[in-house]
Design a protein around this ligand. Sequence first.
Ligand SMILES: [Fe+2]
Length: 466
Amino acid sequence: MFNDKRGLAMTASSQDAVDAFDSCVDEFLASGRDAALLLKKVSDVDPEMIMGQCLRGYFQRLPAQAHLAAQSGDSLANAQSLTATASEREQKHVAALAAWCDGDIRKTTALWDEILLDHPRDILAMRLAHTMHFFLGDLAQMRDSMARVMPHWTEDLPGYGFVLGCRAFTFEETHEFEPAERLGRRAVEINENDIWAGHCVAHVLEAQGRRQDGIVWIDEHETAWQKRGIFAHHMWWHRALHYLELERFDDVLAAYDRQFWTEPSEDNIDICNAASMLMRLDMLGLDVGDRWETVADVSANRIAPLQQRLRPFNDLHFMMALAMAGRRDEAETLLASMRDFRDSQDNEDATITPTYRDAGIPIAEATLAYAAEDYSRVIDIMRETRYHMVPLGGSWAQRDVWVRMFLHAAIKDGQHGLARALLAERTADNPSSAPSWKLYADALDQCGDADTAGTARARAAELLAA
Ligand SMILES: [Fe+2]
């Protein structure tokens, strides 16, 4: 037995192997580009290190890409062949990977949380539980999981900042913005490479509509975060959201072309960034040119086989791209594949099956209807489904694209009373959005309330002049 840098016992052939494992985990925590390379180093040093095999399996499942996920069974088999000499903690990691490969992601997260009861400094279990609670929209579990480990961490422990960043994000997603911002900023002070903590602060500034602060926050750390991996693109997407709300539409398109969709990408984060920004622009009536095409091209690679149905949240972004690019046949194929996944007996107990049923498939149908200009159908679906979206995972800011779709359907369908009501919600929740105030003014005019419309329009002008 050897120890990792936080004193956790590790089954390995040498301290070098454990040190290589630590380096790989550090890179993963910082969303670095070299995690795969560093994992290879772990297997070069110790091909029979059980946690190395688990980590490989985790890395193959995390991106939610079928060709990688298909390889995770081999990593699991390797890890299972090594359990005889492994500790109880390591055996639980193997069981967690097995449950994940089996589609029982909630059992997986429960096992990581169980590991953390006895080993709250297992930073890998902590970060994985955090990430997958987030992906499942299990916000209370995400918050509690981090609250439980915090008393076991002090600032002198390696990796403390990463833990603080995750704790901060749990506050943000449960709308406790003050501690979220304070802890997130502190984590970035400790380690500027902690882009996940930086992302937490970006979310606070987005949720509070602090547009200039939000832009400055990302500008200030751009040099450091540029050196991180693909997740940095999501930060540039966040900055572009602020441009959007300030009606700096040329800047949004420039960020799209030069920062977060510089070329077609197979990465789900990239595809989601691109599709959801184009959707926002398109719904506001802006010309996005032929930009839907390349996003639809990569989305078309993910439509048919059931093995591709790994995360309804991602599927809905593929759907957006295909439907809005006018590629209806491919969009229908994707929808059929989502329904087949829901109906397949093999998936009866899969964690994501109810999410496909309650949110994934209805919103996919609504997206197709939106693209077909069948706005009343969008309204029929989204009126209820908007309240069942949290299990899709992703952030409030990301899921907002479907709330916007509901709103724009109401406007386009001439349902002015509904549009006025939705915009009353929206301007109350986020009073610094100039486009929302303008839309609100239009809806109020349509409802014959010219006085209030004038006040709403003045508010938009005030925001844009600031
Ligand atoms: Fe985000």
